[in-house]
Design a protein around this ligand. Sequence first.
Ligand SMILES: C[S@@+](CC[C@H](N)C(=O)[O-])C[C@H]1O[C@@H](n2cnc3c(N)ncnc32)[C@H](O)[C@@H]1O
Length: 430
Amino acid sequence: MTPAAHISAAIEILAELSARRRPAADAIKDWGLSHRFAGSKDRAAIAGLVFDALRKRASAAHVMGEETPRAVMLGALREARGLAGEAIAALCSGEGHAPAPLSEEERERLANATLADAPAHVRGDYPEWLAERFAEAFGDAAEEEGRALAARAPLDLRANILKSSREDAMRRLAHLHPEPTPLSPLGLRLPAGPSGRGPALAAEPAFVKGHVEPQDEGSQLAALLCAAEPGEQVLDYCAGGGGKTLALAGQMHNRGQIYAFDDDGRRLTPIYPRLERAGARNVQVRAPRGGADMLADLEARCDLVLIDAPCTGTGTWRRHPDAKWRLAPGALAARLEEQRELLAKAPLYVRPGGRLVYVTCSLLRDENEAQIAAFLAEHSGFAAVPAEEAAAAAQLPELARFASSLGLGLRLTPRVSGTDGFFVCVMRRG
Ligand SMILES: C[S@@+](CC[C@H](N)C(=O)[O-])C[C@H]1O[C@@H](n2cnc3c(N)ncnc32)[C@H](O)[C@@H]1O
């Protein structure tokens, strides 16, 4: 396929996405299945175009004066890929499988339209209904935060210290040119390829043998801020696929016990092969069994309880640019309710003197500082550990600069820390 045919295919997929609210990855996969002539490089190029268009959907539509799939794709070629109007016109020749030639108006807009008069949510490419919440979270920096969330993300890996070290993992993956991550002492960063994707990791021996795990640097830091110690009793209350569980097992050098729980058993499925590959031997998976209380024996016994709460995922939009346009106000309300419920249940398992750590990958104050303030107002037995102290306990004192200015806890964002967006609040039971 030619680069011009890739653009036509991306427009087709964007049309499918605007007709049916579904994950972009599913639509791209279905397109590949019904166009068998497209090879893996073609599919990667098309996916890169679709994701770039979704990253810049609002600003691209503003530039083009309309929000059709074609307008969004053409605008994104300029806004996301920096192509000049002439280069876009050359791709849109109308010949073979290329998109139809540019109209006079399209040429004019690609040459001269600006974002100067656009509101912050358009310049920052986030949904209008979240504009107020972004302003609340970021003040004057809302647009810049949005732009950082609309950028491509690198592929971050965590060296699995149960089997390796960062230096060793860097050597094993030298052909992929990894850089050490600036904040996590365990992180390796691989640059994104030309289509915006990281290298295929599944076939790398370092991955297959469990020397590295894919994990964003922000998620690594959230796990490190738990400051889990060898020998501790730890409850990972929302363990899901086990990203944090694996990181905690490493911190604990396989000593002590981690109980990995999730109220949705299907979410836990990937954890079993991942534990195996990582060589994590101190994890008991407590999958739900009918209505049985799977955690009754842990009441007031845990040194650390981690709530890696379900959330809007606003901090991960670099990796899931379609999610920002699919997110609806009803979903935010539902996540807030789930978070309140978790904060009502999980503290039961913290022993006196133990830690409760609340984490989200959201950037919204409602899901973060506001939830913590409400929880502490009702639970006088718990107190927040100041950001400086939490960072020192994790032996990462430089993280203290990410103390939230909106309340208790720490905030990471693509703009400020170069990571996915995360909120972490460490609390202690008195
Ligand atoms: C952000 S994800 C967890 C990601 C995981 N910790 C990781 O690092 O890979 C949130 C998880 O919380 C789970 N969850 C939601 N409500 C829950 C509840 N009431 N009790 C336990 N788990 C819950 C969801 O099923 C989901 O897997």
